[in-house]
Ligand binder design. Structure first.
Ligand SMILES: [Zn+2]
Length: 312
């Protein structure tokens, strides 16, 4: 919100605001809503555009009054005020504003994954259920937490526990972000989480540095499938979310095709999002003149990870 808009709200006549908020104003006084008042002890100072209660010391201007009586947070109370008084706020169009993304607190996050630990739930999931190769887990620096942990310094607990922590790194190994994968049994907890309003799209980028000339690279839908593909000896990266394939992602694939003559492969998940990701990637591959080979899973398996878990 602009400062001049805020000033407009601050200058809304205090008694009019009080009236909209349901107070009965008479001779610049009203029953104070902030204490059990039987005698009007809330006074309005029209010149200063403020209110004050001489009993309970509640005081402030139009915005304070709106916040206290509507129970809304600052911005929302401002919007309510603006709406009630036909003030047009430029900020009053949240849908048109692109959502801002914040870079995650990488320095702090790196402490979480610096010395990887695998708790019992992590070992059970990775090694027993999914049969992920320990060398893959180690090389990817996968860690785990047993207690809920903030994703920002001084933050509230955010990564639920028990969870795996997947470090997302650049091609050269710099930490970009950390994604958690909840392993507990509580209902209603999201399975995957990134620090809020941050995003990171490709997991396993350091793998592409190891690609030989002309070698195949498997594109998977999620991190766990990517780990299964790596465990099977295939080079793989994960592109989470079939809905979004950003231009940067396509550019990476284009660069790989040129630099390393990479041939791309995919085992599409046998569901709608899987097909969608396949079609998106095929479209992108055609655009950049790359080859995308579609590998099929044996019948009865939903994704590569599920099939891999039954092998060996
Ligand atoms: Zn009062």
């Amino acid at each position: 919100m602009e400062k001049y808009e805020l000033d407009k709200l601050r200058n809304l006549p205090i008694e009019g605001v009080a009236d909209r908020l349901g107070l009965k104003v008479k001779k610049h006084k009203a029953l104070c809503p902030f204490h059990a008042d039987s005698h009007p002890s809330l006074s309005f100072h029209v010149g200063r555009n403020t209110y004050k209660c001489f009993v309970c010391d509640a005081h402030g201007g139009p915005i304070d009054l709106a916040i206290k009586l509507t129970g809304k947070p600052f911005i929302e109370a401002c919007r309510w005020l603006a709406d009630e008084h036909n003030v047009i706020l430029t900020e009053w169009k949240p849908a048109e504003k692109p959502k801002r993304e914040f870079p995650p607190d990488v320095e702090y996050l790196s402490q979480l994954v610096q010395h990887p630990v695998l708790n019992a739930e992590a070992r059970e999931f990775l090694f027993r259920q999914r049969r992920i190769h320990p060398a893959v887990v180690q090389w990817m620096g996968i860690s785990s937490i047993s207690v809920a942990t903030p994703c920002w310094r001084h933050g509230k607990p955010y990564y639920d526990a028990p969870s795996l922590l997947f470090p997302y790194r650049t091609r050269t190994g710099q930490l970009m972000n950390v994604q958690s994968r909840y392993l507990g049994r509580e209902a209603g907890i999201p399975r995957f989480r990134f620090p809020s309003r941050s995003e990171c799209r490709i997991f396993g980028l350091p793998v592409v540095e190891r690609l030989q000339m002309g070698e195949g690279l498997w594109l998977s839908e999620g991190v766990t499938d990517c780990l299964a593909l790596l465990s099977s000896g295939r080079k793989a990266i994960a592109i989470p979310g079939a809905t979004l394939l950003k231009p940067e992602d396509v550019k990476l694939l284009a660069n790989l095709r040129v630099e390393k003559k990479t041939v791309f492969h995919i085992f599409p998940d046998k569901d709608q999002p899987g097909e969608k990701l396949y079609r998106r990637l095929l479209h992108a591959a055609n655009e950049i003149g790359a080859c995308l080979i579609r590998d099929e899973l044996p019948d009865g398996f939903k994704d590569f990870g599920q099939w891999w878990a039954t092998q060996a």
